[in-house]
Design a protein around this ligand. Structure first.
Ligand SMILES: NC(=O)c1ccc[n+]([C@@H]2O[C@H](COP(=O)([O-])OP(=O)(O)OC[C@H]3O[C@@H](n4cnc5c(N)ncnc54)[C@H](OP(=O)(O)O)[C@@H]3O)[C@@H](O)[C@H]2O)c1
Length: 264
């Protein structure tokens, strides 16, 4: 790396929303550190952005579900005074199936990637941001955090991210650090493919947003200092319903939705 610029570190940047964040921050002149496991994608993206945008882009091959590898990312953050943005984006939908039928290791791995990695990387970055008196942390949650779902651990781990972000914002806002819980709905990425849904699956009949639109909404909300960002009118409406319908009525609606999904 040569010239020193503000750096954005993005986890899960090899595809989807993370890659869209990488493109957007490169466009805005940030240097990048990208984290993921698929080396070919990360290498290609770094090369493309360095050439097209004239920035420094580096990647780390890290499985955030592995404590030893996670420590390498923490160390990289602590030794980087130019780091200004952290996007805790890495995530996955997990194995399909009833909670008790999915192996416990799989549930624990989701807690590790969605929650433990987020809290450790956030813990590592805050002292540097405080020293600068500015910066931002975006935690990619989900619309699913507002709705109980058949993916029990997915919803539960995303709820953690909401309250984690909201509480951090409470203590860091007046110190110049912005925090956001980004809660997208269905977005076109590798997410559903990795869950084993073929392109003919009924899930694709739902309204999907592009990753670029999600990132655009996130950064707009960040500018306005909003802790929660729910991209898209339709998704905002669903959150409004989830927050305002009486619990009994909500459960009835969910049951209807889920009994339909079971037949998918
Ligand atoms: N797509 C949607 O409909 C949707 C909706 C709401 C929220 N979200 C959230 O958005 C975030 C990004 O997902 P996406 O939709 O963009 O899906 P995606 O295209 O599958 O991207 C997920 C990213 O997370 C990384 N990742 C997953 N497990 C990892 C691990 N153990 N260690 C390191 N990196 C890991 C993947 O990298 P490697 O495969 O290279 O490791 C990939 O870069 C997730 O947190 C997801 O929960 C997605």
């Amino acid at each position: 790396m040569t010239e020193s610029r503000a750096i954005a570190l993005i986890t899960g940047a090899s595809s989807g929303i993370g890659a869209a964040f990488a493109r957007r921050f490169a466009n805005d002149g940030y240097d990048l550190i990208l984290i993921g496991r698929r080396e070919n994608l990360l290498e290609k993206l770094c090369k493309e952005l360095a050439e097209e945008k004239g920035i420094n882009a580096d990647y780390m091959l890290i499985d955030l579900g592995n404590e030893n590898e996670l420590q390498l990312a923490e160390a990289r953050i602590k030794n980087n005074p130019d780091l200004e943005i952290l996007v805790n984006n890495a995530g996955f939908g997990g194995e399909r199936g009833a909670f008790h039928k999915v192996a416990i290791e799989s549930h624990v791995n989701m807690v590790q990637v969605h929650n433990i990695a987020t809290l450790k990387l956030t813990h590592a970055v805050i002292p540097g941001l405080l020293a600068k008196g500015k910066g931002a942390i975006i935690n990619v949650s989900s619309l699913a955090s507002f709705l109980p779902s058949l993916s029990v651990m997915y919803s539960a781990t995303k709820v953690f991210l909401n309250y984690f972000s909201e509480s951090l914002d409470f203590s860091l806002r007046d110190k110049g650090i912005k925090i956001q819980a980004l809660c997208p709905g269905f977005t076109i990425t590798d997410f559903h493919k990795k869950m084993g849904y073929g392109t003919d699956h009924p899930v694709y009949k739902r309204k999907f947003m592009t990753a670029e639109k999600v990132v655009e909404a996130s950064l707009k909300a960040l500018k306005r200092g909003k802790v929660y960002c729910v991209p898209g009118f339709r998704n905002k409406f669903l959150v409004f319903l989830a927050r305002n319908l009486p619990r009994k009525l909500r459960i009835t609606v969910y049951k209807k939705m889920f009994s339909k999904r079971k037949k998918d």
